[in-house]
Design a protein around this ligand. Sequence first.
Ligand code: SF4
Length: 301
Amino acid sequence: MAFLFESFEDWKKYSIERNLTLSEVVLEYEREQKNRTNVEIMEGLSKAWAVMKDAVRTGLEEDMTSRSGMINNGAKKVYNHKQTVLSKEFQNLIARALAAKEVNSCMGRVVAAPTAGASGIMPGVLFTLQEIHSIEDSRILEAMLVSAGIALIMEQRASISGAVGGCQAETGTAAAMASGAIIFCLDGNVDQIFNAVAITVQCMLGLVCDPVAGLVEIPCVVRNASAAAIANSSAQIALANVSSVIPVDEVIEAMGEIGASMETRYKETALGGLAATPTGQRIAKRVLVHDIEILPDEGSK
Ligand code: SF4
C-alpha cells in the first residue's frame, strides 16, 4: 500500500523502513494512487520541467505587458540591469522567478507548482541551480518528486491556496518545495531537506493574499521573486545543519492555524491589504471600466 502524505515524520519513517529515497516514496504514491507507470510519471515531470524552462525564457525574451498594464517587462529589466546587488547569479535568480510568473500574469503557459500564482518560484530556483551546479535533468526530475511530496503534506496539514490560507499557503508552499529540491539536488540528507522546508515556512508565515484589482499580478509577481530568495537562503542555512528548532510538522501546523484565523479580506478577496489601498482601489476601478468598454466589442465579433 502506498504511503499517504500526512506528515513529514511518517514520510521519513516510511522511507527508512522500506529503504527508499524520499523521491521513490512519492513515485510509489503516484503509481498506486494515480494508477500511472514510472515511465508515465517521469514523462509528465519531464514535460513540466520543459514548460518551466520555456516560461523563464519567454518571460525574458518576449513582451510581457499584462492587460491591466501593472506588469510591464519587469523581469527583462532586472535581468539586463548592469548593477548587481550581490552577484550575477542572484540577479538571474530574481529575474527568472519574475519572468516565469510574468508569463502567467500575461496568460502564457506555466506549471502551477503548486498554483499558478506561485508559478515563478520553482522555475526560477531550479533553472538557476541547474546552471550553477551543472545538475542533470534526471536529478531535477527526482527533486520535483520530492517537491511534490512536500506540497502534498502541506496541502493536507495546512493549505496551498491563497483563498484558504493566504499567500503564505501559495508562495510559501512553492518556496518550501523549491528549498527542499535545492537540498536534494545538492545531495543533502532527509533532515536537511525537512529543515529547509521548516525554515522556509518560518520565513513566510502570516503572509496575506491581497491581489490588487483581484488580478494575480501585484504583489504576486514580486512575491515570487522574494520567495525564490527565501528558498535559497533557507537551503543555505539548512545545508550547514542549522536547526529549525521547531520540527517541520509543527511549523506546517502553525501555518494552518494562522491561515484558519486569517480574516476573509486577506484571502484573495481583494478587500484588504494592498488591494484596499487608495491606489489599489483606483486601479481596480480602471480595470473594471476597461473590461466593460472591451466586452461589447468582443461580443460583436
Ligand atoms: S497574493 Fe494571493 S493571488 Fe497573489 S500569489 Fe499570493 S496567494 Fe496568489
